[in-house]
Design a binder for this molecule. Sequence first.
Ligand SMILES: C[S@@+](CC[C@H](N)C(=O)[O-])C[C@H]1O[C@@H](n2cnc3c(N)ncnc32)[C@H](O)[C@@H]1O
Length: 184
Amino acid sequence: MAHVCSWRFVRTFDNFFRLWFHNPEKLFGAYVKSGMTVLDIGCGAGFASIGLAKLVGAQGTVVSADLQPEMLEIVKKRAEKQGVAERIQFHQCTADAIGVEKKFDFINAFWMVHEVPDTQHFLNEVRSYLHPKAKFLVAEPKFHVSDKKFDEMLEIAGQVGLEEHARPKIRFSKAVVLNAALSD
Ligand SMILES: C[S@@+](CC[C@H](N)C(=O)[O-])C[C@H]1O[C@@H](n2cnc3c(N)ncnc32)[C@H](O)[C@@H]1O
């Protein structure tokens, strides 16, 4: 079973300083517009969820999903402080299933795919949640996930019908933007 980052540890890397090197507008602004429905899977303490909630605006929705209820509580408190909690729905996953019955315009999986026990099952589930033109960003921690592991993940993505759209440069990360293959 892959190691899951504990909620006790998450604020050491998702705090005020995170926004200096992971600015949500720069990371997601090309893909996320006002009114969209977005999933932040493995949201952790929610730097991305909160940034995404600002990008989708009052007419949009962000689903913040995580295994750990403590993570969802942290995101909720941060979102309330920033006045965006009403745009966010909170969803607790199991390790084996994301389990959201929705389609999304954008899905974010930031520094979390390496923690998922079954990559193929996970990516297949994500693909089923994508609207035809939706984008799916995967960013993995550069010093933790080898090139080989990242390439294996990409190969599995191809097998489940996800194709590469772009390779954005994201600090401390290996990243790819995927979309559902046209033949789907
Ligand atoms: C390293 S943290 C990253 C959190 C956040 N995305 C960030 O970039 O700060 C990984 C997160 O993914 C969550 N996670 C791990 N496996 C998961 C799964 N199968 N489904 C949903 N969340 C998962 C963990 O609980 C943790 O909050």
